[in-house]
Design a protein around this ligand. Structure first.
Ligand code: BGC
Length: 739
């Protein structure tokens, strides 16, 4: 071989072009080869600069890949309710594309309220297809932070207060997304349970509460869902920011759970180069990208994991193995997504997705109260329907922070009601109350709207007048995703409804006994008028098809079957986190003093009667529960027992019931909740139909986390299996003993 030829051969890997890369020798491009082999091969061809470049963003939502080797860019998108509109390269505002209007799916609280894993699978599949079509390989969702108290601005993005419910629902969502070759990025890991001081509050929590309450959904996402990505949270734990937190990312996520995916930072969640290098973060996003960078050239080069990282690597102060570990994780995610040649093509903005969203919304809507069977509205009798409330017409897919969406369409509740009623009755709308105008989210150059004085009295009077002659009043209100009303970055300031809605509801109920309250919220709200109105519906934020979904329940085309994924206390002081007074912390630290007693675990322990309990929801039919039986009275640690109950639809129409299993540990060496959810099944029963519902109980249902031993243990002794229609409506119980 002459010298020139030799030089060409030697330099080939360095100057490899994608066309060379596609030749047979390139193991990393050969999808018949095992993924780990491909990773090592790709990796061996990369320069140090290329490796470092992969570890940080190049724009708001992307990182560069390795163009020289044909390794594609990484593109992430919010999540978790639809695929966010494209934004400018380095600005948060929508870029104004004309082909990025998505289908909005219901908020995750609504998904949790379906208590139906098939709905979670349908949600994941559909949103995954939308992400894939838009060429995103990371979906920034789902969010599984536990609902600790009703003021958290982001509760609507999460799956409720219970670790078992959220763990069970998150798994099919992730699997559905990832079938599309899109990585689900579970967020925000961990302990991001409030927005107040979210970027620095240091959470003090016992190991028991951490493992029993706050981590299970993440663990299920990783181990059962097989999530390919996870996002660190903004807050601190043990004094370290969670995006580079040794305990969470290294000790728990990687070592205890064996996570082999990619860890991405929350946007702007990185604060320290050394910690980012050593404590398990792989990709840094969102730092200094406000366009006002201190860098002369490119802000992204000055990320903690950019130039400062490269400098440390080049000087030898940090070993190359540190960047290698990160690149391996990033490549693994890329091979699973964009470089999987067999991944499907996806689809976007389709009718199929809109209908999937509608189905989920219909199953998630919760009927909280229905005295005198005012619902469903009987169109043969109700000829004058009055719709009141700003939320009947307000766009709910816009606002709320990073989950805000640009949608193909959003059908409002008023439009849904009008569609459904058609010529069968007269529908009149009056607003009744109004919220102050806000700057439109995501719109470049949007100006603060002129604030006009809201005529509270006048609006109320007009509605009350109209209510006097209506056959039925459908009040549609709640929160609205404006600041402090279910919105990222800020918590709610009060438990009550805003914009004088309480006074309005009371006044309407006084003049019209058929006043139905439909709440659109992602959080519990105070309901001082609960005894004055016959019917209350929690309608959530339903997405694109919200209006049709709500109308189908109000007029009885769909029999409601949602159950609350969180407790609605009478007042805020009935919530443990609030009662013990540590929220919102002292600006530096916050201690979760209620410990493992979150949600119904607290109201059970304190014997507080909630306004509406966790797991509660009515139907237009009734269900009766038979005697609860068990196949074995005694079990050993590795044995299962089966608890069964007959459930009958004792009413006149078909409907679904969520049968819930709670376990109570009658005596234990450590304090335990009165009971904990350990199983649920949603069964569809025709009128008069009966079905036996069974649950298998294994040791996981009996265990608690022993913090001194740092392990899950099931203590021998007596237990009870409780079957309920909600956490406070226990229909039967049966005892058994773990030997
Ligand atoms: C949010 C994340 C989101 C990210 C990107 C952050 O402010 O906390 O949930 O995915 O922004 O928009």
């Amino acid at each position: 071989m002459n010298i020139i030829k030799q030089l060409i051969v030697l330099s080939l890997p360095l100057f490899a072009t994608p066309s060379f890369a596609q030749s047979k020798e390139a193991v990393y491009l050969d999808d018949k080869k095992p993924i780990e082999e491909r990773i090592e091969d790709a990796f061996s061809r990369m320069t140090l600069e290329e490796k470092v470049a992969m570890c940080h963003a190049q724009s708001k939502f992307s990182s560069p890949g390795v163009p020289r080797l044909g390794i594609p860019e990484v593109w992430a998108s919010d999540g978790p309710h639809g695929i966010r509109a494209e934004v400018f390269w380095d600005e948060w505002n929508a870029a104004g594309w004309t082909n990025d209007s998505c289908i909005a799916f219901p908020a995750l609280t609504c998904l949790a309220a379906t208590w139906n894993t098939d709905m979670a699978a349908l949600y994941g599949k559909s949103i995954g297809e939308e992400a894939r079509y838009r060429n995103k390989n990371i979906l920034l969702g789902p969010g599984v932070n536990i609902y600790r108290f009703p003021l958290n601005g982001r509760n609507f993005e999460y799956l409720g207060e219970d670790p078992y419910l959220s763990s069970t629902m998150v798994v099919p969502y992730i699997q559905g997304v990832q079938k599309n070759g899109v990585a689900a990025c579970v967020k925000h890991f961990a302990l991001n349970n409030q927005e107040f001081d979210r970027d620095h509050i240091n959470v003090n929590v016992s190991d028991r509460a951490l493992y029993e309450i706050y981590l299970p959904a993440f663990k299920a996402a990783v181990q059962e869902g097989g999530a390919w990505a996870i996002m660190g949270s903004y807050n601190k734990y043990k004094g370290e920011h969670c995006c580079h937190n040794q305990y969470l990312l290294k000790d728990i996520l990687r070592k205890e759970w064996g996570f082999d995916g990619v860890v991405v930072s929350d946007w702007g969640g990185v604060h320290d180069t050394k910690e980012a290098i050593y404590n398990g973060l792989d990709m840094e996003f969102g730092s200094w990208t406000n366009g006002l960078t201190w860098s002369a050239s490119n802000a992204y080069d000055n990320y903690y994991l950019a130039a400062p990282f490269l400098k440390l690597l080049k000087s030898g102060e940090v070993s190359e193995e540190e960047v290698n570990k990160k690149v391996r994780n990033i490549l693994r995610m890329i091979f699973r997504t964009t470089m999987d040649k067999n991944r499907p093509l996806g689809s976007f903005g389709t009718e199929e997705h809109a209908l999937a969203g509608r189905k989920i919304a219909q199953e998630g809507i919760v009927l909280l109260q229905n005295n005198k069977n005012v619902l469903p509205v009987d169109l043969s009798k109700m000829k004058k329907i009055l719709v009141v409330g700003e939320n009947a017409t307000k766009k709910m897919t816009v606002g709320g922070g990073s989950s805000s969406l640009k949608v193909k369409y959003e059908l409002s509740p008023l439009a849904g009601i009008e569609n459904r009623v058609g010529n069968n009755a007269e529908v009149t709308y009056v607003r009744g109350y109004e919220s102050p105008a806000v700057i439109e989210q995501d719109v470049k150059g949007a100006k603060a709207p002129e604030q006009k004085v809201i005529d509270v009295e006048g609006l109320r009077k007009e509605a009350v007048e109209a209510a006097k002659s209506a056959d039925v009043v459908l009040f549609i209100g709640g929160l609205n995703k404006n600041e402090h009303q279910d919105c990222e970055g800020v918590d709610r300031k009060e438990y009550g409804l805003p914009y004088n809605q309480n006074e309005l509801i009371t006044a309407l109920a006084k003049v019209n006994p058929n006043t139905v309250v439909v709440l659109l919220t992602g959080n519990a709200v105070e309901m001082p008028w609960v005894k004055q109105v016959p019917s209350i519906v929690e309608g959530w934020y339903g997405g694109t098809e919200a209006g049709n979904a709500i109308a189908s329940v109000l007029f009885g085309d769909v029999n409601p079957s949602g159950k609350l994924p969180f407790t609605i206390p009478v007042s805020l002081k009935d919530n443990g986190a609030i009662a013990l007074g540590d929220y919102p912390g002292n600006g530096k630290d916050e201690t979760y003093k209620e410990d493992i007693f979150v949600g119904y675990r607290w109201t059970d322990k304190q014997k507080i009667k909630p306004l509406f309990s966790f797991g509660y929801g009515l139907s237009y039919t009734t269900f009766t529960y038979g005697k609860v039986s068990i196949d074995k009275q005694n079990i050993s640690e590795n044995e299962n027992c089966t608890v069964s109950v007959k459930v009958k639809n004792s009413g006149k129409r078909a409907g679904s019931e969520v049968v819930q299993l709670y376990i109570s540990d009658l005596k234990s060496s450590l304090p335990r909740p009165v009971k904990e959810l350990k199983g649920f099944k949603k069964v569809y029963l025709n009128a008069g139909e009966e079905q036996t519902v069974s649950f298998s109980i294994d040791k996981r249902a009996l265990q608690f986390f022993n913090d001194s031993k740092h392990e899950w243990i099931a203590e021998p002794g007596k237990f009870e299996a409780l079957i309920g229609a909600s956490s406070t409506d226990i229909c039967g119980r049966v005892g058994f003993e773990l030997k």
